[in-house]
Design a protein around this ligand. Structure first.
Ligand code: UT7
Length: 326
């Protein structure tokens, strides 16, 4: 029988952004918008856009290589790959399978998890539970997206928000505290507030449905997001008998600086305890939390021993958190 470890633990992080940058000034040329509106309402200054032919899998591969290197783990040691994504390269094989083969980790379990912007937190929750059951020991967890592929570039209410990228972590069985808990939720009753307009079973002929694009009632999503993230923070703290001041650092989903500020305020945190990448990355859905985590780890903002809260909210609605001892 497999040994059952006390914890799973993050042993390495990595991230990757496509080269091309689209600034607010670029968007001003094609849309009825302004740099001032985008900065004031979202905090976004620029976003990265995948090149033609550059896929979610390509971004995931680069992020995965960096995470494996940081963890000093070779791909052949992995016994599972979980990729959070809403924009897979293909319907199947999964992006995780394509990534597995490219990394040379053939034979290990590999699957995608679609939970929109909460995709990485969900993928982390899946991986943590597999490790703590004793079934897996070394898991690569990725959040990767090319969301701009389904952006309607004529719709100013969504076109200014999204960007592409990938982040990854290596999660390993450990007797030392690592992931303390994950908390995952969804409410499909809100499906109409944030969705894609086309899919396989609904119909592949996207053009007949006005194209494959993201539709969002932003203002309504905003209100539910702020309320829901407040609740998940409380749920996470209560699960451990902790108080707000026990959290050393916050890694929030990067959708809107105003939502991030609201969560930080609810936690009584200074903004120097919060990683902010939305200004440079935009909203990268599943990739946002692992990219922000990698930025904070590599910049030294997150230090070993810190108690870190990860949280996300997205289409579905889905939402979740992970409390982690680094
Ligand atoms: O990651 C998944 C979860 N997603 C989110 O968490 C996103 C949540 N929502 C948001 O971040 C915000 O609601 C948005 C940034 C999307 C929008 O900000 P808002 O302050 O809620 O704006 P609004 O939708 O209430 O629109 C206010 C005004 C409207 O004009 P009127 O009707 O007041 O004349 C919009 O037409 O702003 C207008 N507007 C814009 N103006 C210039 C909307 N988009 C733009 C734009 N440039 N890009």
């Amino acid at each position: 029988m497999n040994h059952v470890p006390a914890y799973s633990r993050i042993t390495g992080t990595g991230s990757h952004l496509p080269e091309k940058i689209l600034t607010n000034a670029d968007l001003e040329k094609t849309l009825d918008t302004s740099d001032q509106w985008i900065r004031e309402r979202t905090g976004i200054q620029q976003r990265h856009i995948a090149a033609e032919g550059e896929t979610t899998g390509d971004l995931a591969y680069e992020a995965a290589l960096k995470a494996l290197q940081a963890a000093d783990v070779s791909a052949s040691e992995l016994d599972m790959i979980v990729v959070g994504t809403t924009t897979p390269d293909l319907v199947f094989p999964s992006t995780a399978c394509l990534l597995q083969s490219r990394l040379g980790a053939n034979g290990c379990a590999a699957m995608d998890v679609n939970a929109a912007c909460s995709g990485f937190i969900y993928a982390l929750g899946v991986a943590d539970n597999f490790i703590r059951s004793g079934a897996k020991q070394k898991v690569l967890v990725v959040g990767a997206e090319t969301l701009t592929r389904m952006v309607d570039w004529t719709d100013r209410s969504t076109a200014v928000l999204f960007g592409d990228g990938a982040g990854a972590v290596v999660l390993e069985a450990s007797e030392e505290p690592g992931v303390l808990s994950t908390h995952l939720h969804a409410d499909g009753g809100y499906a109409d507030l944030l969705a894609a307009t086309a899919g396989v079973s609904k119909g592949f002929k996207a053009e007949e449905r006005g194209g494959l694009k993201i539709t969002m009632k932003g203002n309504e999503v905003f209100k539910v997001a702020v309320r829901t993230l407040g609740r998940i923070v409380t749920e996470t703290l209560e699960a451990h008998g902790m108080v707000k001041s026990d959290i050393d650092f916050l890694v929030p989903h990067q959708a809107n600086l105003r939502i991030i500020n609201a969560t930080a305020k609810a936690l009584g945190m200074d903004m120097d305890q919060v990683v902010v990448t939305v200004d440079k990355h935009g909203n990268t859905s599943s990739a946002s939390v692992p990219m922000a985590l990698d930025v904070a780890v590599r910049s030294g903002q997150i230090k070993p021993g810190m108690t870190v809260l990860l949280e996300a909210f997205g289409g579905g609605f889905t939402w979740g958190s992970a409390l982690i001892k680094m």
